[in-house]
Structures are given as C-alpha cells and as structure tokens.
Write a protein that binds this ligand. Structure first.
Ligand SMILES: [Zn+2]
Ligand SMILES: [Zn+2]
Length: 133
C-alpha cells in the first residue's frame, strides 16, 4: 500500500469545487454533495482519499439503497451514463481537478469506484508514483 492520495474534485456541470474543508477524513478535505433517496434528502461527505470509503451522512440510508447525488452549487445530478459492473446501479461522476474523472457507485455499501484518466496532469503522475496504481 502506497501513500494516501487525496483527490480534489469538482462538478461535472458547473465546474465548482465539491471540496469541504470543514469536514475532514484522515486530515483531508471531504467531498460534499447533496443526496436524495426514495424517502429523504440530506448531505453526504465522502473521504477524498482514493481507496478510502469513510463517509458521513446527515440522513439514514439503508445498506443497498441507491442514493442520487447532486451538486450543492448548481443542484444538477452528478450522474454518469455508466452503470456499476457489480450491482448495476447508476454510477456517479466527478471531475478530478488535475484531469480525468472518478466514478463511484450510487448504491450505499457498494464500494465500486474507479478513475478514468483523460488528461494526465502532474498531480496524476504523482498519483501513479505514490499510489502505484
Ligand atoms: Zn454544479
Ligand atoms: Zn455498485
């Protein structure tokens, strides 16, 4: 296991940063999004450290429930055209500030997530180096 790499992500629609300094995991700013389930709405903070599944929710979400994720700035859904290859739930997409996108499964409890590199910037070279991805 290499060093921890924290990703800085932004909205796929309005380009606003989704990072929240006030809530941190492992000393790194979290990724903050608005969430919506069948019965409730709330806020989700996720660890920005790649491979770390720490999260904090302002609402109760059952294991296996699909959670819609929305940008707190433009309120658009952060959905991807892709579906999870494990559980078939829709994937949620974020833009990595340094280039590329990260996709995570919208089903609570499913830990499927992967990174797609489009433009490999310096932060990503560091990522390859430190994480050994
Ligand atoms: Zn937005
Ligand atoms: Zn899944």
């Amino acid at each position: 296991m290499g060093k921890q790499v924290a990703l800085s992500v932004k909205c796929i629609h309005c380009d606003a940063s989704l990072m929240d300094d006030k809530v941190q995991f492992s000393g790194h700013a979290s990724v903050k999004v608005n969430v919506e389930t069948e019965h409730d709405r709330g806020v989700l903070w996720m660890s920005s450290v790649y491979g770390d599944y720490d999260k904090k929710l302002s609402i109760e979400v059952e294991d296996g429930e699909i959670v819609g994720m929305f940008c707190p700035h433009c309120n658009k859904e952060l959905s991807s055209v892709e579906h999870c290859r494990f559980c078939e739930a829709p994937m949620v997409e974020f833009v990595i500030r340094a280039g590329g996108v990260v996709l995570i499964c919208s089903r609570n409890g499913c830990t499927n997530h992967h990174i797609e590199f489009r433009d490999v910037g310096s932060e990503m070279s560091k990522f390859y180096y430190e994480y050994g991805f």
